[in-house]
Design a protein around this ligand. Structure first.
Ligand SMILES: Cc1cc2nc3c(=O)[nH]c(=O)nc-3n(C[C@H](O)[C@H](O)[C@H](O)COP(=O)(O)OP(=O)(O)OC[C@H]3O[C@@H](n4cnc5c(N)ncnc54)[C@H](O)[C@@H]3O)c2cc1C
Length: 339
């Protein structure tokens, strides 16, 4: 069991800045995110797009903002738990017990939900039979590409992820690329590379086909694909990869006894606390009169929620407001010299 002063759910911009605020006032925290990378919507949905309304930053991309927020956390030792979804939050005396999808358990007086529009989840194959092979022969993301070496891999999708992986895996595997449309959504240069590999026989391309059935006992052995004219083909395959983009789901957060309205959590505007003592909601996921779904609002909300955490994490101490420019305590925590 991991004990911490505060657990942050979500490593988007709000979760990252909230961690900074907690550490500045001397509290520990850990961050869990369902994605395999840090940055929330900024990194997943618009890494290359410029943002123009971050205070004192005239222009930066989603990726640059994320990197700056990560840099701002460098002085602190913050543990990130990525590719893990928080499943359960339960009260235990004065603390909360928080469980993740990887069976990690946290004990903390403060849970800060910075869950944005919910956890990002891969869009999956609609076939029920696919569930049996999930994470064994059917994957929606790749952690270790070596497992595909020398094997047959059937990749579904028409966007950049499907094309990039088809090109990459064709170096060491037999690759089938299956797409339900004629046109691909990926970058033109990637489409051209893929088409060259089809011509040279390194990728087998099936356009206007979709998955129709999967067969195998413990592991997948073959799949059936079907085209728009209901013609079917059986492909022997060791692995199937599906790249159909991500959907955002509130998921388990909906079951934690919080006041939820239109997929957002109601909070007060003093501490950003929910109807449960010690559970706060900040950033896009919180709701109060006048709420603006902007990054700058998340920063303000995180700063106030962090101060509220102090009371429960250090019940015998009094929180003292200090400026970063003049506080020796804060400078010590940042590892910078005091004047
Ligand atoms: C295309 C686009 C352009 C935008 N442009 C701007 C702009 O110019 N300026 C601006 O201010 N805002 C902009 N926004 C909005 C901005 O991105 C959001 O306000 C901001 O990302 C909210 O940050 P957040 O940290 O609250 O949530 P998010 O960025 O959504 O991060 C939440 C994280 O929580 C994780 N999570 C959720 N539930 C769980 C769970 N149960 N377990 C584990 N992890 C979980 C998710 O995986 C996600 O990574 C834009 C948004 C989009 C889509």
């Amino acid at each position: 069991m991991i004990k911490t002063d505060a657990l942050i759910i979500g490593a988007g911009p709000t979760g990252l800045f909230t961690a900074h605020q907690l550490k500045l006032i001397g509290l520990n925290c850990e961050i869990v995110d369902n994605l395999d990378k840090i940055g929330g919507q900024c990194i997943e949905l618009y890494p290359d797009k410029p943002i123009y309304d971050i205070p004192a930053v005239p222009e930066c991309t989603g990726e640059e903002l994320t990197n700056n927020l990560i840099n701002q956390l460098k002085p602190f030792d913050i543990k990130f738990h990525l590719s893990e979804r928080v499943e359960e939050v339960k009260k235990e005396k004065n603390d909360w017990i928080v469980k993740t999808s990887n069976n990690k358990i946290f004990l903390t007086p403060n849970v800060i939900i910075a869950g944005g529009v919910g956890s990002f989840e891969p869009r999956k194959f609609p076939l029920k039979e696919c569930l049996k092979f999930e994470n064994n022969s059917i994957f929606y993301s790749i952690k270790d590409k070596k497992i595909f070496d020398g094997k047959t891999v059937s990749i579904f999708g028409g966007g950049d992820s499907a094309l990039d992986w088809a090109i990459e895996l064709s170096k060491n595997s037999k690759v089938n690329l299956i797409h339900r449309r004629d046109e691909f959504r990926g970058a033109q240069a990637t489409v051209n590379t893929m088409q060259d590999l089809v011509k040279s026989g390194n990728i087998n391309l099936f356009k206007k086909y979709q998955i129709n059935n999967v067969k195998g006992s413990d592991k997948l052995e073959s799949i059936e694909i079907k085209n728009d004219n209901s013609e079917t083909k059986i492909l022997k395959t060791d692995f199937v990869l599906g790249f159909f983009g991500l959907i955002m789901q509130l998921g388990p957060i909906a079951n934690w006894g919080l006041n939820i309205d239109k997929k957002t959590i109601e909070v007060d505007t003093e501490k950003f606390e929910t109807n449960q003592k010690g559970i706060y909601a900040v950033g896009d996921i919180c709701n109060y009169p006048g709420k603006l779904k902007l990054i700058l609002s998340g920063f303000h909300e995180g700063a106030l929620a962090a101060r509220a955490c102090f009371k429960l994490a250090r019940p015998n101490e009094k929180y003292r407001f200090e400026f970063t420019t003049s506080s020796k305590n804060i400078k010590n925590r940042l590892g910078v010299k005091s004047d």
